[in-house]
Write a protein that binds this ligand. Structure first.
Ligand code: FMN
Length: 259
């Protein structure tokens, strides 16, 4: 009699456990597209913020319409030129950061990557052109690489001269709350605006230093979070260099590549 009761209890407990895990799995399965859509919305909000000249607080609807109106171009990072967006399908939903290992669209950097360098990078990267009339006002470039604990993802906006920083927006990272996450501090990020990446000869000069006040090419390190802030500077240097957007930007400045 007692054995029968224990058996029934176990049966009921197992059925409840199986039912609950099935419900959790279904919830994860059906909620994933919604989570991904929200992640994309937030990413696109950051792109619009980096594009500038937009209201501080954009509604979700404004983000969707604003993003669809952006002039998005696709860069072939292997050749440093713009290519037809059809290479990646729908450009407005293409997320080069979401490519998974094994994707034919990924490039593996040659040799041992530098500590801040991404170990995998997309061959095709979407960049965003902001126009004022016929003049290029900003070019928004996605950048990413290793921080102290995590991969940092950001958007760097250059002015129309393709050298001066217009804005820097950190989009995603996993640095320590209260320490490394100070790279999101708007006051600190605003000090990036107006700093130059290249000198007049086209040499990359950008650095993060302890006292950047006198340098047109430098931003202050964050005291107490030097490792993460320096990593962000290294990420920008990498992407502005020969393995990043350097060749494209140079070709654009020298009018060898046209927009
Ligand atoms: C638990 C722990 C987490 C830390 N997280 C970070 C971090 O996310 N980013 C960072 O730059 N420094 C972090 N630090 C501090 C660094 O180890 C280092 O002391 C600091 O970046 C140096 O900055 P300073 O040269 O301005 O003193 C952390 C320290 C500890 C103990």
């Amino acid at each position: 009699m007692v054995t029968e009761k224990i058996g029934r209890t176990l049966l009921v407990a197992t059925a409840v456990a199986l039912g609950c895990s099935a419900m959790v799995s279904l919830a994860i399965h059906y909620l994933r597209p919604i989570q991904e859509a929200y992640a994309q919305l937030e990413r696109n909000r950051t792109v619009l913020a980096a594009a500038g000249e937009l209201p501080e607080e954009l509604s979700d609807r404004q983000v969707v319409t604003g993003y669809l109106e952006l002039d998005i171009r696709l860069v072939d990072m292997a050749r440093g030129i713009f290519v037809d967006a059809a290479a990646v399908g729908k450009i407005h939903t293409y997320d080069h950061w979401a490519l998974e290992e094994g994707s034919p669209l990924l490039l593996r950097p040659e040799g041992e990557p530098a500590p801040h360098q991404p170990t995998l990078a997309s061959r095709y990267v979407p960049v965003y052109l902001v126009w004022k009339g016929q003049t290029l006002h900003r070019l928004v470039l996605p950048v990413h690489g290793k921080g102290m604990w995590s991969t940092i993802y950001a958007y760097l906006a250059l002015q129309g001269d393709l050298s001066t920083i217009a804005a820097m927006h950190v989009y995603r990272h996993g640095e320590t709350p209260g320490i490394g996450d100070r790279i999101e501090d708007q006051r600190w990020l605003s000090t990036w605006a107006g700093k130059r990446v290249y000198d007049d000869a086209g040499r990359s000069r950008f650095t993060l230093t302890k006292d950047a006040s006198d340098s047109p090419y430098s931003v202050d390190l964050i005291t107490g979070a030097s490792v993460t802030s320096e990593a962000l500077g290294n990420i920008v240097r990498f992407w502005m260099g020969p393995q990043g957007y350097g060749p494209l930007l140079q070709a654009l400045r020298e009018k060898k590549e046209t927009i």
